[in-house]
Write a protein of this length. Structure first.
Length: 229
């Protein structure tokens, strides 16, 4: 549950969202994505207050969410997943121009994928790229990534961070929900700390250290030594 959380995210930034398990970070991410409804307060999207907010409305307004459990159809191809629901043919069959549309998306994102590859045969890192391409195909300006590195190798994490920077440099916003503080320090521009559903603080990541973030997450005077590996 969230309590009196006020947060703003800027165009062209990677915004970290951290906290202990149960702090509310995934809940807040799902509020952005329209999966949870706020019971109080206001939601302002690109300068405009909104009242009705659900996943289709969020997506129509340029806000997409990448769930920790990827929302792909394993038996379908890369291209079919990217354009699922956006097919130019009304029978749900990809038209010939989809290959060109996908190539343009991959060039802008820096990804290289085989459009005809079956998703079930691809590593998790490539499947995450498909999720990002899906968001770009829907012209998402804000992409919420909920714990995207939990199943990735170190090399795959580097690839994902590079993709985040590319999105940021295009003027898009990435909201990066994670409990890996090293990743937050490495790639985000600003970071928000939540504790027990309450907004503790938001500030430039460059002014933070692992110790300062741990202290903010746990409360003043507490350190991670209270929670050994």
């Amino acid at each position: 549950m969230l309590e009196d959380v006020t947060l703003d995210v800027h165009p062209g930034e990677i915004h970290g969202l951290i906290g202990e398990n149960g702090a509310g970070k995934s809940t807040l991410g799902k509020v952005f994505g329209g999966y949870y409804q706020a019971t109080a307060g206001r939601l302002i999207v690109f300068g405009r207050p909104v009242t009705r907010w659900d996943p289709p409305t969020a997506l129509a307004n340029g806000v997409a969410i990448m769930h920790q459990e990827l929302q792909l159809v394993p038996a379908m191809t890369v291209a079919e997943n990217v354009f699922l629901g956006l097919e130019h043919d009304r029978w749900g069959i990809l038209a010939r121009d989809e290959a060109g549309r996908l190539e343009a998306l991959m060039q802008s994102s820096g990804f290289t994928l085989d459009p005809g590859a079956v998703v079930a045969d691809l590593p998790i890192a490539d499947q995450q790229k498909i999720e990002i391409l899906r968001a770009l195909a829907r012209d998402a300006r804000v992409i919420v990534m909920d714990e995207p590195t939990s199943s990735l190798s170190k090399d795959e994490v580097v690839q994902l961070h590079d993709a985040m920077r590319t999105l940021r440099d295009e003027g898009r916003t990435v909201i990066y929900v994670s409990h890996y503080l090293e990743d937050i320090l490495a790639v985000t521009d600003r970071v928000t700390v939540l504790r027990d559903g309450v907004h503790v603080r938001t500030g430039p990541t460059a002014e933070e250290t692992r110790g300062s973030l741990v202290s903010a997450m746990l409360g003043e005077g507490k350190t991670e030594s209270l929670f050994p590996e």
